[in-house]
Write a protein that binds this ligand. Structure first.
Ligand code: G3H
Ligand code: ZN
Length: 308
């Protein structure tokens, strides 16, 4: 089916106790693996392209690939810009046909973050595309685990989340609740009580970043507490690279890119399927499709009553 925006699926997830998996892709095989996994799980899915991935592969190539593969499956697929920190990247992604955007102003002051996010939300909404913002900051643990004191510095408070949401008009909100980006080992327990308190105040879907380093049971609790979108990148990089490394070291004479590419792709697909199951998103595609179809029917019949 054609690409969809992230709007309806995240609102539905928020109301129905599951989360949509948002998976970062860096090459064709990863995009294929993510979309095939979602189709097999009958689940909605978000394929995310970061600024780094755009620098590596180009926003137009990724948008075209995701669009074509989405049209071959029956589940709803979103093409999302992950961590757009640069205004021009967000506009480039919008022009390339991305159906969901993120502006990450978390390194700015609170006021600057609000001002820029609000402006970008207005532009995105004028084009019919939802925007994810970030308040608090998800730290980077690429150089090693962070101390609990360091993690605390970045946590989102319910009060700032509410003010940010009200002043910017974002459609979903990335919050800092104990995770960190680029952790290679699962060891983090999230601040579940903080998620509950933020969800009580902020009436839009909440997003968890840095999920690769979070313990499975904590992730399950976070979804029950009110997280509606969960981002995985490092887990997929690990799945791809470890399978590739094993295949090449077991077969030193192998030179056919398709052979080891397929092995790596299969391992990413397996990982994506496991994550979708963990987020309780399996078999959630049909209900979301009903909502999306109903909304577009109503829109096409301008102002008419909603048709069941
Ligand atoms: O935006 C992407 C994510 O937050 C992924 O983080 O690499 O720690 O899974 P991760
Ligand atoms: Zn992130």
């Amino acid at each position: 089916m054609p690409l969809v925006t992230s709007k309806e699926m995240l609102v539905y997830a928020r109301e129905n106790g599951f989360a949509v998996g948002a998976f970062n892709a860096y090459n064709m095989e990863m995009v294929q693996a993510i979309i095939e996994a979602a189709e097999e799980e009958n689940a909605p899915v978000i394929v995310q392209i970061s600024e780094g991935a755009i620098a590596y592969g180009g926003e137009k190539s990724f948008a075209a690939l995701i669009k074509v593969l989405a049209e071959e499956v029956t589940v709803p697929v979103v093409c999302h810009l992950d961590h757009g920190v640069n205004f021009f990247t967000v506009i480039k992604a919008l022009k390339a046909g991305f159906t969901s955007l993120m502006f990450d102003g978390s390194s700015l002051t609170f006021e600057e973050n609000i001002e820029k996010t609000k402006k970008i939300a207005e532009i995105a909404h004028a084009a019919g595309i939802p925007l994810e913002g970030e308040i608090g900051k998800i730290p980077d643990a690429a150089k090693g685990p962070l101390s609990p004191e360091e993690v605390k510095k970045y946590l989102t408070t319910p009060e700032e989340a509410l003010e940010f949401y009200e002043k910017t008009g974002v459609d979903s909100l990335a919050i800092s609740v104990g995770s960190a980006h680029r952790m290679k080992v699962q060891s983090v327990q999230l601040d579940i009580d903080r998620i509950v308190r933020i969800k009580e105040k902020v009436k839009i879907p909440l997003v968890l970043h840095g999920a690769s380093g979070v313990m499975d049971e904590s992730l399950v609790q976070a979804v029950k507490a009110g997280i509606s979108k969960v981002n995985f990148a490092t887990e997929l990089n690990k799945a791809f690279t470890y399978a590739l490394r094993k295949e090449l070291s077991n077969n030193p004479d192998l030179v056919d890119v398709r052979k080891y590419g397929a092995t790596a792709r299969e391992n990413v697909k397996k990982t994506v399927k496991e994550k979708i199951q963990l987020l309780n998103a399996t078999n959630k595609a049909p209900d979301i499709l009903k909502i999306i179809n109903k909304r577009s029917f109503t829109r096409e019949n301008k102002g008419g009553a909603t048709i069941e």
